[in-house]
Ligand binder design. Structure first.
Ligand code: ADE
Ligand code: ZN
Length: 327
């Protein structure tokens, strides 16, 4: 049996704090002399967002942020990732311990150092928040582009899509794209096809975080396939956040069958449970993806990664070798 651990893959949709190890959060709570916050049992996206922010509130020093960055990279490597593109918003930390620049520099330095040590690649997705003013996203894009070529690779947009659709963030994404960051907003998670179309048409997205609700519109599915837009899909997250009713009904197989390029990701393992490898296992055992399809997903993740061309070429060849080996 080809093991999914051995399948080289890029982890393209992962929130840095949402990927914190539960034991690390417990440690930070102990240090603070407080009870660890709840990370399960949310019944709405709003409650989920509250728990996310409660966990972030325990990151109070640069050393703590450095530690979770190193651990998130190490956990990706343990799942067989050869490239990790973690996303974070530096604004959480600015009142606590530094400027936007200092926070970005810390995360990039720690992420790259740990990735180098483990022989994998690391890139940072600078992630704006929809519940902050669009001007804040524009300022973040201006700072983020200064780190192009020095660790920042893409520009994201997270938090509640249903309350804050994409249009007001057009200028921020124009700044990011013109500065060399790949446009990678969340869309098609809490809103449907129109939001996915806006992410492409207004924000210039070539990779969409989630995007699965595109499946509600066959014409859009056709367009995604024709244009090669990549969906960074997170199956367990979609169940946990009520985007799909149960894992067996996840649209990933249908999207792949329709020719849409998809990747598989963890999103927020701290709050949802499974890491990257477990998500691939679920795709194999529950969603019934064949090894050809799983290799295709891994190949897409590498081709769509904002990673160095040499890493991509080497690892795509390694995916082909994985598939060529006896089943
Ligand atoms: N922030 C962390 N996880 C998220 C998700 N799944 N959707 C939107 N924003 C998020
Ligand atoms: Zn996400």
């Amino acid at each position: 049996m080809r093991t999914l651990l051995d399948l080289p893959k890029a982890h393209l949709h992962l929130h840095l704090e949402g990927a914190m190890r539960p034991a690390t959060l417990a440690d930070f709570a102990t240090t603070a002399g407080e009870a660890a916050p709840a990370t399960r049992g949310f019944t709405s996206f709003a409650e989920f967002g509250g728990m996310y922010r409660d966990a972030v509130a325990f990151l109070r020093t640069p050393d703590q942020l450095a530690r979770i960055t190193r651990e998130v990279v190490a956990d990706a490597a343990e799942s067989g990732a050869v490239w990790i593109e973690a996303q974070m918003n530096p604004m959480f930390y600015v009142p606590r311990f530094g400027s936007v620049e200092e926070v970005l520099e810390l995360v990039i330095a720690e992420g790259q150092a740990e990735a180098d040590r483990l022989g994998i690649g690391f890139g940072l997705m600078v992630c704006a928040l929809r519940d902050a003013p669009p001007e804040a996203a524009e300022e973040l894009a201006r700072v983020g582009v200064r780190y192009v070529g020095r660790g920042a690779v893409s520009f994201g947009l997270a938090s509640d899509e249903s309350l804050f659709p994409p249009a007001p963030f057009e200028r921020a994404f124009a700044i990011a794209r013109e500065g060399g960051l790949v446009s990678t907003p969340h869309a098609g998670e809490l809103l449907g096809p129109d939001s996915v179309r806006d992410a492409i048409d207004l924000l210039g997205a070539r990779r969409i975080q989630h995007g699965v609700r595109a499946v509600e519109d066959p014409a859009l599915v056709e367009r995604l396939a024709a244009e090669g837009v990549v969906l960074d899909v997170c199956p367990t997250s979609n169940v946990e956040l009520f985007v799909v009713p149960e894992i067996g009904q996840h649209p990933l197989p249908a999207l792949l069958e329709a020719g849409v390029r998809c990747t598989i990701n963890g999103d927020d393992p701290l709050l949802f449970g499974p890491g990257l490898l477990e998500e691939y296992e679920t795709a194999r055992t529950v969603l019934g993806l064949s090894d050809e399809q799983l290799a295709g997903v891994a190949r897409t993740s590498l081709e769509a990664a904002a990673a160095p061309a040499e890493l991509i070429a080497t690892q795509v060849a390694a995916v082909d070798a994985w598939l060529a080996a006896p089943a």
